[in-house]
Design a protein around this ligand. Structure first.
Ligand code: SAH
Length: 218
C-alpha cells in the first residue's frame, strides 16, 4: 500500500488518458467516467508501481487478491445506474477502489470483505483518502440482511450461481449485478426486481473474476 497520498500532474494526466481509453472501449455513462476521472487509483498501489496504476489492467494488491481492471469497474458501475442517495451493497471490498467509485456516484455504500487483513487495511485507508463507507467483515454471499433492502447490489467476485438470498435483499425496482460462471470465466448478469415475486435477468459480456467463496458460493 502506498504511504504517500499525493496526486501530481503526472498521475492526473494518466487518469485523463484512462478515461479516454474507457470511452473508446464503450463506457458511455458520463457520471461513471467522471468518477473514474476523480478517484486517485494510484493511492491503491505502492509508489514503485504508480506507473501501472492507470493502465487498464487488474493488479495484485497482496494477500493473493487483485484490484479489478478499470474497465470492469466502469462496466459494473454503469450497469448499476446509480442515483444520488442509492443504498448500495458491495460484496468483495478488496482494495476499496470500486467502493470509492460508488461513493463518487453518490451512493451510500455497505461493503463486505471476507478476508480480515484486507478488510482491516481498506477500512483504514479509505477514510484517510476521503471516502466514507460502512465496512463489514464476513461472508457476503449471504448479503447483509440487517441493513437490507438495497437499491443496488454489486458482487465483485465470480459466483457459481445467483444466491437467492441476495435477491431477497433487493428493493422492488432494485438491480443486482453479478458475474456468474465457472472458475475460468463468468458472464455478467443483471437481475432487476420487478415485483415481490418477479425478476428479470439479462446476460451480458464475459469476464474473469477471483472466486466468490462462501456459504452461497464456491
Ligand atoms: N472490488 C474490488 C475487487 C476485489 S477482488 C476492487 O475494486 O479492488 C474480490 C474480492 O472479493 C476479494 O477481496 C475477495 O477476498 C472477496 N470475496 C470473495 N468471496 C467473498 C465473500 N463471500 N464475501 C465477501 N468478500 C468476498
Amino acid at each position: 500500500m502506498a504511504h504517500k497520498f499525493v496526486d501530481n500532474y503526472r498521475e492526473k494526466g494518466a487518469r485523463k488518458k484512462l478515461v479516454d481509453k474507457l470511452k473508446e472501449r464503450g463506457i458511455q455513462d458520463k457520471s461513471v467516467l467522471d468518477a473514474i476521472g476523480k478517484v486517485p487509483r494510484h493511492y491503491f498501489f505502492d509508489e514503485t508501481f504508480w506507473p501501472q496504476a492507470y493502465k487498464d489492467i487488474a493488479f495484485p494488491i497482496g494477500d493473493g487478491q487483485t484490484i479489478s481492471q478499470p474497465y470492469t469497474v466502469a462496466y459494473q458501475s454503469e450497469l448499476l445506474h446509480i442515483k444520488k442517495g442509492d443504498k448500495v451493497l458491495e460484496i468483495g471490498t478488496g482494495s476499496g477502489y470500486q467502493t470509492c467509485i460508488l461513493l463518487e456516484l453518490g451512493a451510500t455504500v455497505y461493503t463486505i470483505e471476507r478476508q480480515e487483513n484486507l478488510y482491516n487495511r481498506t477500512k483504514l485507508v479509505l477514510p484517510h483518502i476521503g471516502y466514507h463507507a460502512n465496512f463489514y467483515c464476513g461472508d457476503g454471499s449471504k448479503g447483509i440482511s440487517e441493513q437490507a433492502p438495497y437499491d443496488k447490489i454489486i458482487v465483485t467476485a465470480g459466483a457459481p450461481f445467483v444466491p437467492e438470498i441476495l435477491l431477497k435483499q433487493l428493493k422492488i425496482g432494485g438491480i443486482l449485478v453479478i458475474p456468474v460462471g465457472d472458475e475460468k470465466s463468468q458472464k455478467m448478469l443483471t437481475v432487476l426486481r420487478v415485483s415481490e415475486t418477479d425478476f428479470e435477468k439479462f446476460e451480458l459480456d464475459t469476464f474473469r473474476f477471483v472466486p466468490l467463496v462462501g456459504d452461497q458460493a464456491w
